[in-house]
Write a new protein. Structure first.
Length: 270
């Protein structure tokens, strides 16, 4: 199998990636991994604590975790950390919270192993978390999934508001690139861990693993690195993934740091 990333954009310099997909390591894996979003009820100002952690079964040449955090569909934060000849990675970030919101995070946990025969293999997994945060009686509370009618109502209102904004953004991108949406399944980036079981299971296990690995290789180079260097990445909406119903192509649509439409095209050969 061979997969090619093509980048369509305007006048943006190419930034080399430090996250590379290699053939899957069948012997090693990420054994523990998590993404967590928690509301901390401080005395003066409530805060959100966002953490990403993982461990591999053995120390490997390179361990790397990349986390993306979205607030109401807009990019709120990026965390990326790598270590050499280590098993464990842990990252945490905290920031003040001031309004009702849906926080969602997706993390890519990666390992790269070099052998004495000079071959290179990799392994990876995804984790996800979400938290609805709202104010009632001048006190902020949070939930992952609604437990009562009040929380169900808040979930509907907050999610609907975020989706309306995202759908407008995605519709403009689809129109800009003249894409026939009937030919694709649409997957918001944050739902990758949910949707891979539905759409990605039409691929073989080997193809599915490779597609997701190379998806994040492309995202890291053309989305994560540029926005991590941008001083106001909150202008960015969540990317949309389009999977060809012919299972031969995957598209990633987003607006780049220069506020221009950008599309990554991943050709898939099974």
């Amino acid at each position: 199998m061979f997969t090619l990333w093509i980048v369509l954009h305007s006048n943006q310099s190419s930034i080399p990636t430090s996250l590379t997909y290699y053939p899957i390591d069948e012997k090693n894996q990420i054994t523990e991994s998590s993404t967590s979003i928690l509301l901390k009820d401080n005395i003066q100002t409530p805060s959100i604590e966002w953490s990403v952690t993982s461990s591999s079964n053995i120390p490997v040449y390179l361990r790397q975790d990349v986390g993306l955090l979205y607030k109401n569909g807009r990019l709120k934060g990026i965390m990326s950390k790598w270590k050499e000849n280590e098993r464990d990675i842990s990252q945490m970030s905290a920031f003040d919270h001031h309004q009702d919101a849906l926080y969602e995070s997706l993390s890519f946990h990666y390992g790269e192993r070099h052998t004495d025969s000079k071959s290179i293999n990799s392994f990876h997994t995804l984790t996800h978390d979400q938290a609805f945060v709202y104010s009632i009686n001048q006190k902020y509370q949070s939930f992952k999934e609604p437990k009562n009618q009040t929380e169900k109502h808040i979930q509907t209102l907050v999610r609907q508001d975020a989706l309306e904004r995202l759908n407008r953004e995605w519709k403009n991108l689809i129109h800009h690139f003249n894409i026939n949406q009937d030919e694709y399944w649409a997957v918001p980036l944050i739902e990758l861990t949910k949707q891979e079981h539905e759409y990605f299971n039409t691929f073989s296990e080997e193809t599915k693993t490779k597609v997701i690995g190379q998806l994040f290789e492309g995202l890291y180079k053309h989305y994560i690195i540029p926005f991590s260097q941008d001083t106001d990445h909150t202008t960015s909406y969540m990317p949309l993934i389009l999977i060809s119903k012919q299972l031969d192509e995957l598209l990633v649509l987003f607006t780049n740091v220069n506020q221009e439409p950008e599309m990554l095209i991943q050709q898939i050969h099974q």
